[in-house]
Design a protein around this ligand. Structure first.
Ligand code: 5RP
Length: 293
């Protein structure tokens, strides 16, 4: 075991220097993965911009029906044309979403406890690799709880899923969950994102925080940023803009889209930031125009 006392703190992130391992493929750190995995990654990260807009509506797997998701069959179809990837459970997809949409699928593959439980950190792998293949998953999403009681088992879930995905060319999306006793500090996110990438996750989902450019610089695979709880539209767009400026390769947003007073407007506005370099004011105008203001 390395002696962690006396560990020299990392500080030389060279945030102004591009990722060194560059070939012809547009997804960071994925130059040498197999053809099938590259094909699935290209379904997620659009080759023109290298970025992605994921619509997360997997909340029901531990929250039940939350505001905006009472009727997935009605709420999701108008949003789907404006995003690249649908992040959902197999139950939601099979029952409520037609398979004809030509979108990436980030299949939620971990589950464990409901919001009735005080500690959500004990999850299991909830989808067999064969069913992920049957669902034509573009990636499999596994939650990890670094620093929480369920840390070890959640890392085991992640590593088993990565092994299974590597056998069949399906990337794994490692989701950084923040345990209830953890603080959302840059140090925490630096630790968690790097750990998940080193375990072999091909994509990392985390939250935006200060010094974000250091987190993306030190993570050798693409980071997508979670939306988090509902804030004002302007605040959500600002967070999305700062994330992209800080080196994120996309957003994986739920409540700040489907709980907005104009979900389609927010999906379009996020898309403009992610794919077209729109600034916050331009994006806000797109949202307001869709709202009819
Ligand atoms: C939970 C998730 C969810 O998909 C995601 O966090 C929900 O999106 P949002 O926070 O934007 O509502 O990964 O762990």
């Amino acid at each position: 075991m390395a002696d962690k006392d006396g560990n020299k703190v990392a500080k030389d992130y060279k945030t102004d220097v591009e990722f060194g391992r560059k070939g012809g493929f547009h997804v960071k750190g994925m130059e040498d993965v197999d053809w099938g995995m590259k094909s699935r990654l290209s379904k997620i990260f659009q080759p023109e911009s290298g970025n992605t807009v994921m619509l997360a509506f997997d909340h029901g797997y531990f929250m039940g029906s939350t505001a905006g998701l009472e009727r997935l069959d009605l709420a999701m179809p108008p949003l789907i044309p404006h995003v690249d990837v649908l992040m959902a459970t197999r139950g939601a997809l099979r029952s409520c979403i037609s398979p004809h949409y030509n979108k990436g699928i980030a299949l939620r593959c971990s589950a464990g406890s409901s919001m009735m439980d005080d500690d959500l950190s004990h999850e299991v792998i909830a989808v067999d690799i064969e069913d992920a293949i049957r669902m034509n998953a573009s990636c499999m999403a596994i939650q990890t709880f670094i620093g929480a009681p369920g840390e070890k088992s959640s890392i085991e879930n992640l590593c088993k899923t990565i092994d299974a995905g590597n056998r069949y060319g399906i990337p794994t999306l490692g989701v950084v969950a923040v345990g209830k006793d953890m603080e959302r500090t840059p140090a925490f996110f630096k630790l968690a994102t790097r750990m998940l990438a080193e375990f072999g996750a091909q994509i990392i989902k985390t939250y935006y925080c200060d010094d974000f450019e250091e987190i993306t610089a030190a993570c050798p695979v693409p980071i997508v940023v979670a939306g988090g709880k509902k804030v004002t539209e302007k605040e959500a767009l600002t967070m999305a803009y700062l994330s992209m400026q800080g080196g994120a390769r996309g957003l994986d947003m739920g409540r700040n889209i489907f709980q907005s007073d104009c979900p389609v407007g927010m999906a379009k506005a996020i898309g403009a930031i992610v794919h077209n370099n729109a600034d916050v004011n331009d994006a806000y105008d797109i949202y307001r125009e869709e709202k009819g203001e």
